[in-house]
Design a binder for this molecule. Structure first.
Ligand SMILES: [Zn+2]
Length: 236
C-alpha cells in the first residue's frame, strides 16, 4: 500500500488507510495551513507516521503543528510518538483511556499472551504485531491538550466530541471553509472484541451530523462520501 496524500476539497488532503481489513490501518487527513497544518490521526505505528510525513513533504504540505485524535484506538494513535513538535489534541475521556494503554507492556510476547487469554482480541492484536517494527520505539501518548465539548484551533479547524458506541471519546473534525467533516470511526459498531450481535452501524449518529454546508463526509476506514451519497447511505 503506497502512502500518498490526495487532495479532497479546499485545504483538506487525505491519505487512505489500507483497504484490506486485516491490516486495520486508518486513513489520515491533513488540513494544510502555512501557520501549521492539522493532522487528523497519527497512523498505526511510528513507521507508518514517518511514511505519512514523507508523503506530506512530497505533496508540498506545510509542516504539522497540531495532531488531533479522533479517538483512542491504537490504529489512530500508535504513530503519535513519531510526530515531532506537535500539540496532541484529544477528548478528555480518551486521555484517561490512553494513560492506561500507555502503561501496558506492549510487545509481541504480551500480544500473544493477551490473545491466549481472550481469543476475540486476535484480529486487532495480530494487526498490531504486523504494524510495529520496534517495540522499543513505541510510546502510547495521551493528548497534551484536552477538551470536553468543542475546540476551535487557531487555523479555523473545529474539533467536536460526539461519543457514541464505537468509542466514548469519538471526536469529529469540521473544516467549514472546505466543506469537509471528518467522522473518524464514530458511527462504526464497537471493536470486534466488544461487539454484540445487536450492534449495527450508527446511521442515526451520522444523520444528526449531516449539514447542507458540508459537501464531504470522511470516515477512517471507508472511501469519502458526498452529502448526497451520505444521505442515500443513511436512507438505505
Ligand atoms: Zn476505532
Amino acid at each position: 500500500m503506497v502512502v500518498v496524500f490526495e487532495h479532497l476539497a479546499g485545504r483538506v488532503w487525505l491519505c487512505p488507510g489500507d483497504p484490506e481489513p486485516e491490516w486495520v490501518q486508518a486513513g489520515v487527513a491533513v488540513i494544510a495551513d502555512e501557520r501549521g497544518s492539522v493532522v487528523v490521526d497519527a497512523g498505526q505505528s511510528p513507521s507508518h507516521a514517518r511514511e505519512l510525513q514523507a508523503a506530506m513533504r512530497t505533496a508540498g504540505l506545510p509542516a504539522p503543528r497540531w495532531l488531533v485524535y479522533t479517538h483512542h484506538h491504537w490504529d489512530h494513535v500508535w504513530g503519535a510518538c513519531a510526530w515531532p513538535d506537535v500539540e496532541i489534541v484529544g477528548h478528555v475521556s480518551g486521555a484517561e483511556l490512553l494513560r492506561a494503554e500507555a502503561d501496558r507492556p506492549w510487545s509481541t510476547r504480551y500480544l500473544r499472551e493477551e490473545i491466549r487469554r481472550n481469543r476475540r482480541l486476535g484480529p486487532s492484536f495480530r494487526a498490531r504485531a504486523l504494524a510495529v517494527d520496534s517495540w522499543d520505539e513505541l510510546r502510547v501518548l495521551p493528548p497534551t491538550r484536552v477538551f470536553t465539548d468543542e475546540l476551535e484551533l487557531p487555523t479555523g479547524v473545529l474539533v467536536r466530541h460526539v461519543g457514541g458506541r464505537h468509542a466514548p471519546d469519538s471526536t469529529i473534525v469540521v473544516v467549514p471553509d472546505s466543506g469537509v467533516m471528518l467522522l473518524g470511526d464514530s458511527w462504526y459498531p464497537p471493536p470486534a472484541h466488544l461487539r454484540t450481535p445487536a450492534d449495527e452501524p450508527d446511521l442515526a449518529l451520522v444523520g444528526r451530523l449531516l449539514d447542507d454546508d458540508i459537501g464531504w463526509y470522511v470516515s477512517s476506514h471507508s472511501p469519502p462520501m458526498t452529502l448526497d451519497e451520505a444521505r442515500a447511505a443513511i436512507a438505505g
